[in-house]
Design a protein around this ligand. Sequence first.
Ligand SMILES: [Zn+2]
Ligand SMILES: [Zn+2]
Length: 742
Amino acid sequence: MLIRKVFLIQGIVQGVGFRPFIYRLSLENSLVGFVKNGINGVELEVEGRAENIVLFEKQLHSKLPLLARIDKIESSYKELLHGKTFEIVQSSDDFTHSKTALISPDIATCDECLEDIKKVGKYHNYFATNCTNCGPRYSIIKTVPYDRKQTSMQKFVMCESCEEEYTNPLNRRYHAQPISCNNCGPSLRLIVKNEELKVSDGEKFAKVAELIKDGEIVAIKGVGGFHIVCDATNDKVVSKLRTHKNRPTKPFAIMCKNLEQIKSFSHVDEKEEELLISKEAPIVVLKKNKDAKLSKLLAPNIDRIGCFLPYTSLHHLLFEHLQNPIVATSANLGNEPVITKVEDIVKKLSFIDFVLDFDRNIINGVDDSLVQVVNGKTQVLRLARGYAPKVIKLPFKSDKKILAVGANAKNSLAFVIEDSIILSPHVGDLDSLEAFEFFEQTIESFKSFYDFEPEVIVHDKHPSYMTTQWAKKQTKELIAVGHHLAHIYACKAEFGLTNDYLGFSFDGTGYGEDKTLWGGEVFVGDKRKYHFKPIKLLGADKAIKEPRRVGLSMLFDALSLEEVQELDLETVKSFSHVELKILHQSHTKNLNAPLSSSVGRLFDGIASLSGIVQKISYEGESGLLCESYYDEKIKKTFDYTIIEGIIDIKIVDYMLKNQNDTKELNSMFINTLVKIILDISKLEEMEVIFSGGVFQNKTLLALVSKKLESENIKYYHQQQTAINDGGIALGQAFYYLNKTVL
Ligand SMILES: [Zn+2]
Ligand SMILES: [Zn+2]
């Protein structure tokens, strides 16, 4: 029996090879009809034998292209039209519709393209090989519609053979906008001490590999920016890189030849493996083996290592000549955005003598994503290449266009259009002019992608955040949201939660609403009900870089100056007598000593008092060090009290009465945080949310999760969006929606 069926398919179905997929499937099942992009999704009609259409419907799901996702299918029957062919209809709606269609993130080179590189032909050893299932997207798009003309591939004219692939619906590269080959695409340049080396591409890769083996530092262009690369097993060059980048201890991520190599020096569980080989190819933070044959300087004193796999054809071709893993860190100065142009490498990173560059411009810079796995669940630490732009679907529609501008550190942006919150990739720390320009540029890009002009701008309450100041200059409706509540709302947004929860919002030092610095806050619904006992931060901002100032302040809270001077503690010994006196005065007279309830600072305090570290060089360092001293055999906790909502852990009291052991103090501290969270959760009898940078602490989060599970208390923490300040924009947007739409 012949029938004709009409379908409307919604989901990620545009720019992902969906229509050619339908075309192929129809031909395979001897169906006629058409497919086109419509206003509400992909529309198609198929006509043929009923059993063939049943099979076609099954295969819609089972053979779906890699990047496509079907959210909803509506179908109905129609009278037969007795057509002869199946067609892909180019509709005028293609363009209007794509204005709100998702811009796809950049995707790692697929297996089929890797095979093409190895085979004889126009893709043989070609560094920019890609297809509809892989390759650059977000990083090369100037504006929509997503079409070659609107990308940085515009200047490359397709050769006849590429053109043929591009226009053949049966080809894997049908409408792959960045399609190119050895004959027609971007070309590779190797610059050696300001001079271009004129050799074949193969020789360029061999030369770069040789330089790396010889202990040189090379800048290599990737998808969203340049990497600075060197041999990850060579202490001398890693140390040199640290000096040049002025980055004494902050861990470097390494790119590895293959999965086997990663497994040879770290522990990789099933979920971690899945992430490493995924099409997003993020950096995955793994547990390093003690005897790992890697430079000790990659992540000093920390038992973790961030690893990722080659994700462009270029990387794969380079690794054909390399055996060792390589440091692959974003090319930038300090906290500036990743460098995307070779001129800026020359201008800003003068220590670099060797650059592997190519002439496809990066339009939108984007960093590598960073993830870890806690209790079998992904935790995104940096949402960037591969994941962003990311869409969070709302259970309702917003009739206003909303822009949320996020926090000052780890900034990201959120755009609300109808029933979607679209998250930008990680923008970064906004403490340089370059970073702020990148922030503004990202807003402009998204405005152009989505034909977006915000009616409402949501910002942090911190008056001196660059984001707040920027928001106040715009003539739009403005809403300010407290930083720590925004963390809770970010989690609510990810899971579509709209009730009241018990929210633990723990991070570094953020703006508080009572003239103190917050960071250890417990909310019941939107109300702050508990917080940690504030500590005086001796020297204000200086205390954030020097845990010893926090440790000392905790000692001064309990003891006199004379008593403190007599203690045999690294915290005390790291100061001169004069310094101790001055800081004691500042403590008693509250001079330059703002109060902070931050749990991040408590981690600093315990790290200092237990003697692990007195000065740190990157945010979160003491938390990571504290974790590496955690001993699961130690079950003890410190005493603590909660009086009128103020949580006070008796760390110094314990230290004065006991022999102090580094492992014990650090383990007890984490155990105590777990106990406090559990005790309050039992008391409040509500479902629980954890958010804020402190919950990047894998040990803490894993222990808390287990305890709550054993008590049957339901809990949530972000998995697909950043749990640190990178999630603030999402929280701000969702807070506004909750107050206005619901
Ligand atoms: Zn491919
Ligand atoms: Zn070509």
